[in-house]
Design a protein around this ligand. Structure first.
Ligand SMILES: NC(=O)C1=CN([C@@H]2O[C@H](COP(=O)(O)OP(=O)(O)OC[C@H]3O[C@@H](n4cnc5c(N)ncnc54)[C@H](OP(=O)(O)O)[C@@H]3O)[C@@H](O)[C@H]2O)C=CC1
Ligand SMILES: O=C1O[C@H](COP(=O)(O)O)[C@@H](O)[C@H](O)[C@H]1O
Length: 494
C-alpha cells in the first residue's frame, strides 16, 4: 500500500542499527530536529532496534552530545524521548522481528498507519534485515518505506545482486537510497541555477566551457577507523556516489518536468554517455605522515593500526570523465576527492574558455563559476572588470552570492533533515534510483578492478597538503587553468 502519504495518520520510524555510530551522530539528532520543528506527522513514534541490550535512556545518553537543545526546548526534548522506544533483537531471526512488529503495532490505532525503516546497519547484515522486515514487519494498514545507506555494493556484480535482492522484496517506490550529498543546499540548487536562468543555459556546453572540476576535500584522515575504509577506498567512498551525483546534475539535459522520475531519467541518460574510466585518466594517492606535523598530522594512512601495513587503498583520487554527447564531447569533467588534505571543501568549478580574439594583451583571465557546497554555501562568478578609477586596466573581480550574508534569516537545513523529511512526504527526487546506481558502477568498476588486480601503488602525499603534486599537472592536462592571480577582498565567512 504505497499511496497513504498523509500527515494525519500515525507513523512509526524504525531505526535499525540504533546502537551504532551513524545512529547516535546523525539519525537521532536529525529526527529530533525534525520533531522539534514540528515537521513530522504529529503522531510519530520512533523505535530503535539493534543487537545491543540497552534501554532508551542509554540510547539518549549516547547521542546526547550530538543533539543541540536550545534554551526553552527542554520540554519538547522530553516529549521527543517519550515518543521513543528501544528494542534489542538479532538481525537474522524472524522471531525477533515479530516482536518488533508487535511493538510497532501497539502505536497503530485507526484505519491507516505507516512505517519507515531506516537501515543504519553494516552491509554484512543487510540481506537478513530486509528479508525479515519483508516477512515480519510490513505495514498492513499503510505504506512501508525503506531507507538504505551506502555502500550499495562494492562493484557492478555485488551491487546488482543487492538490487535484485531488494527488487524481490520491495517496489522501487518503497526504496529510498540515500546519497546525503543530494540533500545539500547547493547540490539541490544546481537544478535552479541551470534551468531557471537564461544567462547560464546557452553557455552551458562544449562551445563555451573548457573544463569542470568537482572536488571533495577533507582535512582529516582515518584516525584509527581505517578498518571499514580500507575495504572501500576513496573512489567508492565519495567519488562513485557523491561526486558522480553532482556531475549528473551539472551535465544532464533539462528534465521534462520536476517530477522525480523525469529528473532521474535525465541523470541516467547523461551517465549512459560516459565511458568507463581509463587508466590514463586516473591518479590515486595515499597520505603519508607530515614530518613537521603535530598529533594526527604526523601520521600517515599506514600508521593507522586498523589498516594493513601493505595497503594500496587510495585515500585520494583524481579522475577525468568524458561525456560523449553533443553538449559535452571533449570537455573534461574532473572528479577529485581526498582525505587528510589542507582544508574541508566541496565545490564545483566551471571554467569557461579563454575569450577569443583577445584585445587585452593576454590579461583577461578565464571566467569561473564556483558553486561552493561547503563550508559556507556560496555561488560566485569570477569575471574581468575595468579597475575602478582613472586607470583603464583590467581587474579580476566577482559576482558574489554568499548565503550567510544574502540570506541572514534562513538557516540552511542539514542534508539528512531534508532527506528524511522527503521520505515522510514520499518524494524520491533526491534519492538514487536503481538504474542510476547501475550506471555509476558501470563507469567505475573496470578501473577499480584494474587498480586492485594490478596492485597499482598510490602516489604519496603529505598529510595536510593539497594532495599529490602530480594532481596539478593532471588538472593542467585537462585544460583546467589556475592563474593564482585572483584575490578575494572580503574575509571568507566562517
Ligand atoms: N562568497 C565567498 O565567500 C567568496 C570567497 N572567495 C574566497 O576567495 C578565495 C579565493 O577564491 P577562489 O575561487 O578559491 O580562487 P583561486 O583561483 O585563488 O583559487 C582556487 C583554488 O585553486 C587551487 N589551487 C591553489 N594552488 C593551485 C595550483 N598551484 N594549481 C592549481 N590549483 C591551485 C586551490 O584549491 P585546491 O587546493 O582545492 O586545488 C584554490 O582554492 C577563497 O578563499 C574563496 O573562498 C572568493 C569569492 C567569493
Ligand atoms: O559519505 C561520506 O561522506 C563523508 C563526508 O560527508 P560531509 O557531509 O561531512 O561532507 C565522508 O567523511 C565519509 O568518508 C563518506 O563515507
Amino acid at each position: 500500500m504505497e499511496n497513504k502519504t498523509d500527515f494525519r495518520f500515525p507513523h512509526t520510524f524504525i531505526l535499525l542499527g540504533a546502537s551504532g555510530d551513524l545512529a547516535k551522530k546523525k539519525i537521532y539528532p536529525t529526527i529530533w530536529y525534525l520533531y522539534r520543528d514540528n515537521l513530522l506527522p504529529e503522531n510519530t513514534k520512533f523505535v530503535g532496534y539493534a543487537r545491543t541490550k540497552q534501554t532508551i535512556s542509554e540510547v539518549r545518553e549516547k547521542s546526547k552530545k550530538y543533539m543541540k537543545v536550545r534554551a526553552g526546548e527542554e520540554r519538547k526534548f522530553e516529549q521527543f524521548w517519550e515518543a521513543n522506544e528501544y528494542l534489542a533483537g538479532s538481525y537474522d531471526k524472524r522471531i525477533d522481528y515479530e516482536m518488533l512488529n508487535q511493538q510497532i503495532s501497539k502505536f497503530e490505532k485507526g484505519p491507516v498507519a505507516n512505517r519507515i525503516f531506516y537501515l543504519a546497519v553494516p552491509p554484512t547484515v543487510f540481506e537478513d534485515v530486509t528479508v525479515n522486515i519483508r516477512n515480519a514487519c510490513i505495514a498492513i494498514k499503510g505504506y512501508t518505506r525503506v531507507i538504505i545507506e551506502k555502500p550499495f555494493g562494492r562493484d557492478d556484480v555485488s551491487s546488482e545482486k543487492l538490487s535484485n535482492h531488494l527488487i524481490g522484496l520491495f517496489k522501487e517506490e518503497q526504496i529510498y537510497r540515500i546519497d546525503h550529498y543530494l540533500g545539500k543546499e547547493m547540490v539541490q540548487n544546481l537544478l535552479t541555477t541551470r534551468f531557471a536562468n537564461q544567462i547560464f543555459n546557452p553557455s552551458w556546453n562544449r562551445e563555451n566551457i573548457a573544463s569542470i572540476l568537482i572536488s571533495f576535500k577533507e582535512p582529516f584522515g582515518t584516525e584509527g577507523r581505517g578498518g571499514y575504509f580500507d575495504d572501500f577506498g576513496m573512489i567508492r567512498d565519495v567519488m562513485q556516489n557523491h561526486l558522480l551525483q553532482i556531475l549528473s546534475l551539472v551535465a544532464m539535459e533539462k528534465p521534462v518536468t520536476l517530477n522525480p522520475n523525469d529528473i532521474r531519467d535525465e541523470k541516467v541518460k547523461v551517465l549512459r554517455h560516459i565511458q568507463p574510466i581509463a587508466m590514463e585518466d586516473i591518479l590515486v594517492g595515499q597520505y603519508v605522515g607530515n614530518p613537521d606535523g603535530q598529533g594526527e598530522d604526523a601520521l600517515g594512512y599506514l600508521d593507522d593500526p586498523t589498516v594493513p601495513k601493505d595497503s594500496i587503498t587510495p585515500t585520494y583520487a583524481l579522475a577525468g570523465l568524458w561525456i560523449n554527447n553533443a553538449r559535452w564531447q571533449g570537455v573534461p569533467f574532473i572528479l577529485r576527492s581526498g582525505k587528510a588534505l589542507n582544508e574541508r571543501k566541496a565545490e564545483v568549478r566551471i571554467q569557461f574558455k579563454d575569450v577569443p580574439g583577445d584585445i587585452f594583451d593576454g590579461k583577461a583571465k578565464r571566467n569561473e563559476l564556483v558553486i561552493r557546497v561547503q563550508p559556507g554555501e556560496a555561488l560566485y562568478l569570477k569575471m574581468m572588470g575595468k579597475s575602478p578609477g582613472m586607470k583603464f586596466d583590467l581587474v579580476e573581480t566577482e559576482l558574489d552570492l554568499t548565503y550567510s550574508t544574502r540570506y541572514r534569516e534562513t538557516d540552511v537545513p542539514d542534508a539528512y533533515e531534508r532527506l528524511i523529511l522527503d521520505v515522510f512526504t514520499g518524494t524520491q527526487m533526491h534519492f538514487v534510483r536503481n538504474d542510476e546506481l547501475k550506471e555509476a558502477w558501470r563507469i567505475f568498476t573496470p578501473i577499480l578492478k584494474q587498480l586492485e588486480e594490478q596492485r597499482v601503488k598510490p602516489v604519496p602525499y603529505v598529510h595536510g597538503s593539497r594532495g599529490p603534486p602530480e594532481a596539478d599537472a593532471m588538472l593542467a592536462k585537462y585544460n583546467f587553468k589556475y592563474s593564482g592571480s585572483y584575490k578575494w577582498q572580503k574575509p571568507s565567512p566562517p
